[in-house]
Design a protein around this ligand. Structure first.
Ligand code: ZN
Length: 305
């Protein structure tokens, strides 16, 4: 196993109880925003837990007040995975022209990796506190079970604020009713922990101070069972959900997500719809674009002198 003992920057790997691994997203200063570094550290940590025969159940937790603020769009850290990190066989077209590079990137780090994590054979439990926004929903949904604190809340802002028809890993109608999913996406509103439990998206809502203890209790309960049987249960349930159209809908949703990005790129020159952004962010985006255009104009006139 190459992953054993690897040092992580943004992830903690703990064995909190016999047979239970706890993977912690540990970037609290950015509310655990998921960039390339975190993505591949999570992938490595998950692989490590899956290959360790002494581990039966995996908890996905997060440091700080909020579980996950979504994909990191700050520009900090690497923008693309290195060739030795890439998990698919798509090749190295991450810098391809037109939409090729963007598509390769999103296909690898948001669609295929999410699907790979969702199908990790061992039972996974999300331990969620605070806010979960947009891309963070993917990390919650990839887990088999979800325990959240009573102050947890959930939001996919991509449709209401970015011109995109939902996050890349498009599971919405399989996580709640179709009618609720439509309302949730079309308004971009918050879903409380209690609502999430009512809609069947989470298993348990518990007081914040009991979150880790109650999640571990559930993990230990499952970890005591025959691990091969638990893998078969998971496989059967995931297969059944796929027969209900989940995989096909997910792939279709991913490609509509790409159309949303492309439309925004054609209209605005950036892959999100500037007019849909909240006023403050819209101002920042417009200033950034104006600065970029001015720099391009200056470079063009310098060349023609
Ligand atoms: Zn995207």
């Amino acid at each position: 196993m190459t992953t054993q003992g690897r040092e992580y920057e943004q992830v903690l790997y703990e064995e909190t109880a016999p047979k239970v691994a706890r993977i912690v997203m540990n970037r609290p200063s950015r509310s655990n925003a998921q960039g390339i570094t975190m993505t591949y550290e999570l992938d490595d940590a998950l692989k490590r837990a899956c290959f360790d025969d002494s581990i039966n159940v995996i908890i996905l937790a997060a440091s700080g007040d909020h579980w996950n603020s979504g994909h990191d769009i700050s520009g900090e850290g690497p923008n693309n995975p290195s060739p030795d990190e890439i998990t698919s066989l798509w090749g190295s077209s991450y810098h391809g022209k037109g939409w090729e590079g963007f598509y390769a990137r999103e296909k690898e780090i948001y669609l295929e990796i999410s699907e790979r994590w969702r199908n990790a054979p061992k039972p996974t439990i999300a331990e969620i506190q605070g806010s979960v926004i947009s891309g963070g929903m993917i990390l919650a949904w990839m887990c088999d079970l979800i325990v959240c604190s009573d102050d947890a809340r959930f939001r996919d802002a991509t449709a209401a604020e970015m011109g995109i028809a939902g996050v890349e890993f498009w599971q919405h109608p399989y996580e709640m009713s179709v009618r609720k999913a439509k309302e949730w996406l079309m308004t971009g509103g918050w879903m409380t922990a209690q609502e999430a439990e009512r809609h069947g998206m989470v298993n348990h809502v518990v007081p914040r101070e009991e979150l880790s203890g109650r999640t571990l209790e559930l993990a230990r309960n499952i970890a005591a069972n025959n691990p091969f049987t638990m893998k078969l249960v998971k496989q059967a349930m995931n297969f059944a959900q796929d027969q209900m159209g989940r995989k096909a809908a997910s792939d279709f949703g991913f490609h509509l997500h790409q159309i949303g990005h492309m439309q925004a790129m054609l209209v605005n020159g950036v892959p999100i719809d500037i007019d849909s952004l909240p006023p403050k962010m819209r101002e920042v985006a417009r200033k950034t674009l104006a600065a970029r255009d001015a720099a391009n104009d200056a470079a063009t006139s310098a060349l023609s002198e």
